[in-house]
Write a protein that binds this ligand. Structure first.
Ligand code: URA
Ligand code: SF4
Length: 207
């Protein structure tokens, strides 16, 4: 059985993001690997100044093996572009790296990861952050905030704020882009898009 303890960096060298990604393919730290297609690891330069953390891969991410490529990813990309943040220059990852879902007919419906799964997968997120050592980390939604801060955070109340962890890492709190997707009323949706853009512009200034 291979697992996350099998990372074998060259002696005297630290594991790289590539080593971590390779090791995470065989992760069995929680049961979520069983039903998912593959581990969806973080993506981006290992020297990124800015890291974004989502919740978990969705249906399309599970199939593509890349974070934020589905509907939430399209909102994310469009907002980053409007805020003049280049996605190629940032590192994008998730608190949980396997897709959790309930089958419903042919569809797979997103299911929220529980505290144990978030805790188990935190090992990978901590390792990514340890290597990258970013200047700022953006928590996209409650699961990311919970994983990064080790406690529940009222996201809608705290959004736009920076929390400094004991280790000095700065965490910017905002909503998850899928929150915008779920709003039905067009005016409300537009208002929330603008609030999210305002948060991203603030991120750009804080970088
Ligand atoms: N939602 C997330 O939190 N992460 C993804 O990668 C895609 C959707
Ligand atoms: Fe490992 Fe995370 Fe996948 Fe659980 S969700 S098996 S902890 S990579």
């Amino acid at each position: 059985r291979r697992g996350s303890d099998d990372i074998e960096p060259t002696p005297g060298e630290k594991a790289s993001i590539g080593d971590l990604r390779e090791a995470a393919k065989a992760c069995r730290r929680c049961p979520l690997w069983r039903n998912a297609t593959q581990t969806v690891f973080g993506e981006g330069p290992d020297s990124a100044e800015l890291v974004f953390v989502g919740e978990q891969p969705g249906d399309q991410e599970d199939l593509a093996g890349k974070p934020f490529v589905g509907p939430a990813g399209r909102i994310f990309d469009a907002t980053l572009e409007d805020a003049d943040i280049e996605r190629q220059k940032v590192y994008v990852t998730n608190a949980v790296k396997h897709f959790k879902f309930e089958p419903r007919g042919k569809r797979r419906i997103h299911s929220k990861p529980n505290a144990g799964e978030v805790q188990a997968c935190r090992w990978w997120l901590d390792s990514e952050l340890d290597l990258i050592k970013p200047n700022l980390v953006v928590a996209l939604g409650a699961t990311a905030a919970q994983s990064l801060l080790g406690k529940a955070v009222p996201v809608t109340k705290m959004r736009g704020e920076v929390i400094e962890r004991e280790d000095g890492l700065r965490i910017f709190i905002t909503i998850h882009p899928s929150f915008i997707l779920r709003i039905r009323e067009q005016e409300d949706k537009q208002a929330e898009r603008e609030r999210f853009l305002k948060d991203m512009r603030k991120v750009k200034r804080l970088m």
